[in-house]
Design a protein. Structure first.
Length: 218
């Protein structure tokens, strides 16, 4: 009776251990999936917050509050229809009598200025170009946010009747340094564990100055 009872105990123990070892991998898998989903959720939230913060900044350094003519539509040195006419002080789509094409102010280069050392100093969209933000836990990087800023192709067309035709506002992600009136901002969320991009967010900023109509006080 004693030997028989010990054998039953042994069989029962083996069965229990087998059941436990089949459940543990599932628990680990479910836990990892939950952690991964939580990380993606946290990363996407921070990605969207980051690009929204960028979208609130000025188009260019020469449109910031410290600039001489912050309301201006900036000159880019390109001979296209979207360039301010330095003779008539007017650009297609602007207001007759508007004052944001008069001062012949040029745009600045992409990237932060000499006195802008970190993101707390940034005041226009292209200052963020090339930035990298890391989210860490227990000393390990969980994910990264990369920010890129460049110029895209514009909707302007040669030999186009802008007075009678509609403009094409289909923004593109194709880089084109020949024109400098539309800046394309992209924030990429990367999972550092697998060196894989999770998601990205995009924003376009245009060289339109600020609406500032000439007026006379009564």
């Amino acid at each position: 009776m004693k030997k028989s009872f010990s054998l039953i105990e042994l069989i029962f123990t083996i069965v229990m251990i087998a059941m436990i070892f089949t459940v543990i991998p599932r628990i680990i898998y479910a836990t990892n999936m939950s952690i991964g989903f939580q990380m993606k959720e946290d990363g996407i939230f921070n990605m969207m917050t980051h690009i929204i913060d960028i979208s609130t900044q000025e188009y260019d350094e020469n449109n910031t509050a410290d600039a001489f003519f912050p309301d201006d539509i900036l000159l880019t040195g390109n001979s296209n229809v979207l360039e301010c006419n330095t003779t008539t002080d007017y650009r297609i789509g602007g207001f007759v009598g508007g004052r944001n094409c008069r001062n012949n102010e040029y745009d600045s280069i992409i990237g932060p200025d000499a006195n802008e050392n970190d993101e707390s100093d940034y005041d226009d969209v292209d200052d963020y170009n090339g930035t990298e933000d890391n989210a860490t836990k227990n000393g390990n990087t969980r994910y990264k946010l990369y920010t890129f800023v460049g110029y895209t192709k514009e909707w302007n067309k040669s030999n186009y009747d802008y007075d009678n035709q509609r403009l094409d506002f289909n923004f593109t992600t194709e880089r084109d340094g020949n024109y400098r009136n539309i800046k394309y901002i992209e924030v990429i969320l990367e999972d550092e564990r697998f060196d894989k991009n999770i998601s990205h967010a995009r924003y376009w900023s245009a060289n339109i100055g600020h609406t500032y109509i000439e007026s006379r006080q009564w």
